[in-house]
Design a protein around this ligand. Structure first.
Ligand code: GLV
Ligand code: MG
Length: 351
């Protein structure tokens, strides 16, 4: 299916008076998308402090908010948007899915009341480009009607089997697309996986080593990453269309090591951040999604050794060429972005 408009029309606003879509995504550091339940008054009281600690704060209206609190969460989000200045911290909301009883009112109430401050709408359970087209058109109409001056971006959660099948068409669906997050919990359910977890590995998903000479010896089993295939597919679709890929939630708040390992695998595969559902996961995400200091120092040496990015040089016995120069540039550019927000890390990177 060809889901994109002609190149000439691709960047035309979808409603008269709506802002022009971005040609390139705004440069923002988004190492963690920190989820908060906006109807919770204790959380509202701590927001000022939280905003300065995270890269993105997201008011969650969807799963984990009880049906009876959906409207309070929506109003709570509008309140949090209006009462705080977010500076360099992104303000996002996760609305209810389009076929739920709440999704339409989430959009119709939040955008007029908080659209000017809202950076990104996270859309759950995206099945195909038609979901993006619907939200894209509706947002353009609302932006025009309420004189919103910058386009609200869409971030899709990849969490259904059909969504994974259509991931490239979803990425291509609109210049309003910001990126995608893997939603391992809903995806596991949609695929009929035999697990009961929110992300992470499973001890039984393993490869057994061959038997040795001793038939009775215990054979090693090597646990595999259940999400490797989907993250790879999502990263390719996102980067092919200039979007940002993210790992989603990690539900075992007590297992910080496993959370860190899941986040790091996603980072190494190309993701730029993950969700934090608990304050302890904020620091994990900061550590993981900021380039390692030694890696950043080595990447800087590569760039310095090949000023115009061509040819081949040896550094510490390792061959460098155009392709490693480009890898090094990804790391140094990210380190610079981190340094611009995080003075401690700027010193450690020597930038
Ligand atoms: C997130 O929404 C998930 O389902 O994992
Ligand atoms: Mg989900």
């Amino acid at each position: 299916m060809n889901a994109i408009r002609t190149p000439a029309r691709h960047f035309a606003p979808l409603a008269i008076g709506a802002p022009e879509p971005y040609r390139a995504l705004p440069v923002r550091l988004e190492r963690m998308i920190h989820f908060v339940p906006p109807h919770n008054e204790k959380i509202q009281a701590k927001l000022g402090d939280m905003i300065s600690k995270v890269d993105v704060i997201l008011g969650n209206l969807e799963d984990a908010i009880p049906a009876g609190d959906k409207e309070a969460a929506r109003q709570g989000f509008i309140k949090m948007a209006r009462e705080h200045d977010y500076g360099q911290t992104g303000l996002w909301t996760r609305i209810n899915c389009l076929n739920s009883p709440w999704g339409l009112d989430d959009i119709l109430e939040v955008v007029p009341a908080a659209g000017e401050k809202l950076d990104v709408i996270m859309l759950p359970k995206v099945e195909g480009p038609w979901d993006i087209h619907y939200l894209d058109q509706l947002l353009a109409q609302l932006e025009a009607k309420h004189k919103i001056t910058k386009p609200i971006l869409i971030h899709a959660i990849l969490e259904t089997a059909e969504g994974v099948k259509n991931v490239e068409a979803i990425a291509a669906a609109s210049p309003r697309m910001h990126g995608m997050s893997l939603g391992p919990a809903d995806l596991a359910a949609s695929r009929g996986m035999k697990t009961t977890r929110v992300g992470g590995g499973h001890p039984d998903y393993a490869v057994l080593a061959d038997p040795g000479a001793d038939e009775n010896a215990v054979r090693a089993a090597y646990q595999q990453d259940l999400w490797h295939y989907t993250i790879g597919k999502m990263v390719d679709a996102c980067l092919a269309y200039g979007l940002k890929p993210f790992y989603g939630p990690f539900g075992d708040f007590g297992d910080l090591a496993a959370c860190e390992s899941q986040f790091r695998n996603a980072f190494l595969q190309g993701c730029l951040g993950a969700w934090s559902l608990h304050p302890t996961q904020i620091d994990i995400a900061k550590r993981v999604f900021s380039p390692d200091e030694k890696e950043a120092a080595f990447a800087k040496r590569i760039l310095e050794a090949m000023p115009d990015g061509t040819g081949a040089v040896m550094i510490d016995g390792k061959m460098q060429d155009d392709a490693t120069w480009k890898q090094a540039k990804v790391i140094v550019d990210l380190a610079k972005l981190v340094a611009s927000k995080d003075p401690d890390r700027a010193a450690a990177y020597g930038l």
